[in-house]
Design a protein around this ligand. Structure first.
Ligand code: AHG
Ligand code: MN
Ligand code: MN
Length: 327
């Protein structure tokens, strides 16, 4: 079986002139995720569960592993020699890295699903790779405010029953499983395709009364008895976007994070959650929209911008958007 590094090397074409940079950055991301995977799998013994006692710019309390994962990725990307800037969920502002070949930017959620760390439920890492707008000028925040359709590559690592890296650079989606005996990722799920339809809907039903009426009506549609369309669907919600998305990618399904009273623009962040997942969704034949706009077409206005998210099997997303459009 082909390792991730060799898979990338053998597929230079679709990365063309950016191949060198993406390959080095992917090498550093996978090295960092292996370190994190090993820590996650014995977190209880390392005294790295629980709160770090600080809050991030999102106003969310940071877990110890949020900060540890963030530091590990920053260290790995800094030493890659090709990364010139990072936008991280855990840092208020962009991090500028002085590097001789640095033409590439990384947006990342170092640890997604933090609320699940202490209860031994799947968590993940999400990342996006862009090229700097102008190779002759210093990095600024504008370099990070590119539309998601400018991503060179995107991926997530799922620290689940196995550790998997799911990755795209615009030529389909491929899944790699970490082999702890060989300490490397190997191609296990070539050419992943999102089922057009499915019978799983995934959202935090606890917020039902705060959801827009169109979303409430879509939920009722999912719950109706209709043999022909295999309804009622099943509600599955893990609370880690990476895990909910990955299940839907394999089995078919829709994940929705709509606006709520607490998060009127939606909770999930455009740069390092919605855009990378939208790139993967579309590359696998799925769909990713806010209530009325293709995620990858949104022009970001700030690095921690939040948007609503309807993502997964294309026919399910279309159906949900029909309900949302009506109101
Ligand atoms: P993070 O841990 O990086 O802040 O992300 C958590 C996100 C996402 O992973 C998940 O789908 C969502 O928050 C769950 O939110 P609720 O607990 O509000 O349902
Ligand atoms: Mn997250
Ligand atoms: Mn996070």
């Amino acid at each position: 079986m082909k390792s991730l590094h060799h898979f990338l090397q053998d597929n230079k074409t679709y990365l063309n002139t950016n191949f060198e940079g993406v390959l080095h950055i992917m090498d550093s991301i996978q090295k960092a995720s292996i370190i994190i995977s090993k820590k996650v799998r014995k977190a209880g013994l390392l005294n790295i569960t629980g709160e770090a006692g600080a809050t991030n710019v999102q106003g969310e309390s940071q877990k110890k592993l949020d900060i540890i994962a963030n530091d590990i990725f920053i260290e790995a990307l800094t030493t890659s020699g090709y990364c010139c800037g990072i936008a991280s969920e855990e840092n208020d502002d962009i991090l500028i890295i002085d590097s001789k070949n640095g033409q590439y930017l990384v947006c990342m959620d170092p640890l997604d699903g933090s609320s699940n760390i202490d209860v031994n439920v799947s968590i993940g890492t999400i990342f996006s790779i862009y090229k700097k707008l102008d190779e002759n000028t210093p990095v600024t925040v504008d370099d990070f405010l590119q539309k998601g359709n400018k991503q060179l590559a995107a991926g997530y690592v799922l620290y689940g029953s196995s550790t998997m890296m799911v990755f795209t650079s615009g030529n389909g989606v491929n899944g790699f499983t970490y082999d702890s005996d060989k300490n490397d990722f190997y191609l296990s799920n070539p050419n992943m395709n999102s089922p057009k339809n499915g019978t799983i809907y995934s959202l935090n039903q606890g917020n039902f009364i705060e959801f827009p009426i169109g979303v409430q009506n879509y939920i009722h549609y999912c719950q109706e008895k209709d043999k022909e369309s295999n309804r009622p669907y099943s509600l599955r919600y893990i609370g880690s976007l990476v895990a909910d998305f990955h299940r839907n990618l394999q089995k078919g399904g829709i994940f929705i994070y709509p606006p709520t009273a607490k998060t009127p623009n939606g909770k999930l962040r455009l740069l390092y959650e919605c855009n990378p997942m939208a790139f993967i969704a579309e590359q696998s034949g799925g769909k990713a929209f806010t209530h009325n706009q293709r995620i990858l077409d949104i022009k970001p206005t700030e690095i921690h911008q939040r948007v609503s998210l309807f993502i997964g099997s294309s026919e399910m997303v279309n159906k949900a958007l029909d309900f949302v459009k009506e109101y």
